[in-house]
Write a new protein. Structure first.
Length: 113
C-alpha cells in the first residue's frame, strides 16, 4: 500500500476555506499555540496530525458541494481546460459538483512532519 499511496500529500487546509459552520474547533486545531485543552484529547497531536484532523473535520462539517474527484483536469492543444473521467471516458467542459462524502479513515505515517 505504501508504494501506491506513499507519494500522496497530507490533506491541507487554509483558514480562508473554513465555513462558519466548522468554526471554532478547526481554528483551534490550526492554532499551534493552542494546547487544545477542554477537547477531551488523550494525547498530544503533532502539527501534521492537527492539520489532517482539521481537514477531516472541515470535510465532515462543510455542507457545500465539492468538485467531483473522479474528473481529472486537463488542458487541450488549444489551451482550453476540460475534465476527463477515465473510468467512463467522459469528457466535459465544466467539472461536475457532487455532495461531499462523509466518514473516512486517517492513514498517515506515524512520526513524520
Amino acid at each position: 500500500m505504501a508504494e501506491i499511496y506513499g507519494d500522496l500529500p497530507s490533506p491541507q487546509i487554509t483558514t480562508s476555506s473554513i465555513p462558519s459552520e466548522c468554526g471554532n474547533i478547526v481554528g483551534r486545531l490550526l492554532n499551534f499555540r493552542d494546547d487544545l485543552g477542554g477537547l477531551g484529547m488523550r494525547s498530544t497531536l503533532y502539527k501534521y496530525q492537527r492539520r489532517s484532523v482539521a481537514s477531516m473535520l472541515q470535510k465532515e462539517l462543510d455542507p457545500r458541494d465539492v468538485p467531483d474527484p473522479l474528473f481529472i483536469p486537463l488542458v487541450g492543444v488549444n489551451g482550453e481546460e476540460f475534465y476527463f473521467q477515465p473510468g467512463t471516458m467522459e469528457i466535459l467542459r465544466e467539472r461536475p459538483m457532487v455532495a461531499p462524502n462523509r466518514g473516512g479513515i486517517l492513514c498517515e505515517e506515524l512520526g513524520g512532519y
